[in-house]
Design a protein around this ligand. Structure first.
Ligand SMILES: [Mn+2]
Length: 468
């Protein structure tokens, strides 16, 4: 099986023409990073804030900066450290002194290039070998200075802070793999070296900032929403019986890569037939057959911000009655959730709204007790729909990490929050898994569906699949 290249080619041309304005990577935004540092310094009652960047990349892998470090600097030079002094508002960058050969092979950093650090918004750039001298000069005159560092784990593009610790917890099942993380090593080292300093965790303050997206971030997220949506549309359009999951993945990746994405936000999930019931299936190796569903969970990473979309469609272009029944219920729930989102709304309000809305609809729940949701519970008990079994709260935040930092808190939804709502139902016995997911931005009076360009109505999907 191969693509119909004439159709695919015409599609890509159309996409390039329609979204070329959104295809540029964002240039360095000096004011944005200065504002973020000022906001953090205003929040922290600190003598000093220290944030470490990532060390040199492993050979052969592209460098991706630590999310928290990038959020406050926009700097991707390996081995950098940032110190902020809230009393004076100063930001000083510490960078390694590079060997001539190193610069020749991998390029320079701000320190070695002789570039004026003020151009990037820093008061000074200093060799990293002076870091401890700087800490001692600023915090060593008395006992009990308050220094903020990151004590919680870092998050990564496809893993939240907690997920990173879950990963380490699982690795540590064998004591041969039980080593401290780099973050923990740094925390312990600072505490050991400076027992007279009070170290505090900066991560709650960082997360409070990161969870509310700035105007600049919103623009990038809108761009990513459009480009990722075009990727999923391309995936829908190349699907037909006999297509391999990796071919569908390639169609989506082609679109986002050609629009400036730094890559996928997480390993794309392209799951046909029985694979659709494995929530994080990422092997993309099966041939999709007539009668299967195809579930894709996909998003790009653009300018360090991610996107999260899931769609499910029939491989042969026509939903079967069983597929339709599950799909209709999930779509009704997902749309009702989105309708209910606005500032101040809490989880219980969403459930009440969805139940009220669905109560007026004529939904066929028969046989759905054989499906399970993300919460591992059936959607209906004794013929009664259980909305809270299908939606687990608001869904996860989306940002620099696809399972982004932040907490909803007592105020409920707030403008600037971005999260993904992804109801799903899975029946491994018959190999039907359905998930519908959009990423939404909370606005002043409602929400904006960033991924709205991907169709999700049954007739829209069938129409898109049958375009010749
Ligand atoms: Mn998701």
């Amino acid at each position: 099986m191969s693509f119909d290249y004439s159709r695919t080619g015409a599609l890509f041309l159309l996409i390039l023409m329609s979204t070329s304005l959104f295809s540029q990577r964002a240039p360095f935004n000096r004011e944005e990073f200065i504002n973020r540092r000022d906001a953090l310094m205003n929040k922290a009652d600190a003598d000093m804030i220290i944030l470490f960047g990532k060390p040199a990349p492993e050979t052969g892998t592209p460098f991706r900066q630590d999310n928290d470090f990038y959020y406050f600097t926009g700097i991707e030079d390996p081995g950098s450290v940032l110190i902020m002094l809230p009393s004076s508002g100063e930001s000083v960058l510490f960078q390694p002194v590079l060997a001539e050969r190193e610069i020749y092979v991998s390029g320079s950093n701000i320190l070695c290039s002789g570039e004026d650090p003020a151009g990037k918004g820093f008061d000074a750039v200093v060799p990293v070998g002076h870091l401890d001298e700087y800490i001692v000069r600023n915090c060593g005159r008395r006992s009990g200075s308050d220094v903020y560092i990151r004590i919680m784990p870092p998050d990564v593009v496809n893993g939240g802070r907690m997920e990173m610790d879950l990963h380490y917890a699982r690795s540590a099942r064998s004591h041969y793999n039980d080593q401290p993380t780099l973050n923990t090593y740094r925390v312990n080292k600072l505490k050991e070296r400076y027992p007279y300093i009070n170290f505090h965790d900066i991560s709650p303050l960082v997360d409070e900032l990161r969870v509310i997206k700035t105007d600049w971030e919103k623009e990038i997220l809108r761009k990513n929403g459009k480009v990722s949506a075009e990727g999923v549309k391309a995936a829908i359009m190349v699907t037909e019986p006999g297509v391999y999951e990796y071919e569908v993945e390639a169609a989506a990746m082609n679109v986002v890569s050609s629009h400036g994405a730094l890559g996928a936000a997480y390993p794309p999930i392209v799951a046909s037939g029985p694979n659709s019931c494995t929530l994080h299936y990422d092997r993309s190796s099966r041939k999709a057959e007539d009668g299967d569903v195809l579930l894709i969970d996909f998003g790009a990473c653009m300018d360090y911000l991610t996107m999260d979309i899931s769609r499910t469609w029939p491989v042969n272009g026509k939903f079967s009655p069983e597929q339709k029944k599950v799909y209709r219920l999930l779509l009704a729930i997902q749309k009702a959730c989105i309708e209910s989102y606005k500032p101040g709304v809490k989880e219980k309000d969403v459930i009440a709204y969805v139940e009220k809305k669905l109560g007026k609809m004529d939904l066929d729940l028969s046989g759905l007790e054989n499906y399970i949701s993300h919460s591992m519970k059936p959607p209906a008990e004794n013929g009664e729909l259980k909305v809270e079994n299908i939606i687990s709260g608001f869904g996860h935040f989306v940002g620099m990490a696809v399972h982004d930092v932040g907490v909803y808190g007592d105020e409920g939804l707030r403008p600037g929050m971005v999260f993904a709502i992804e109801p799903g139902l899975y029946n491994p016995e018959i190999g039907i898994g359905v998930r519908i997911e959009d990423t939404v931005l909370i606005t002043d009076d409602g929400c904006e569906v960033l991924t709205r360009a991907v169709p999700k109505e049954i007739d829209e999907i069938e129409e898109l699949m049958n375009v010749e």
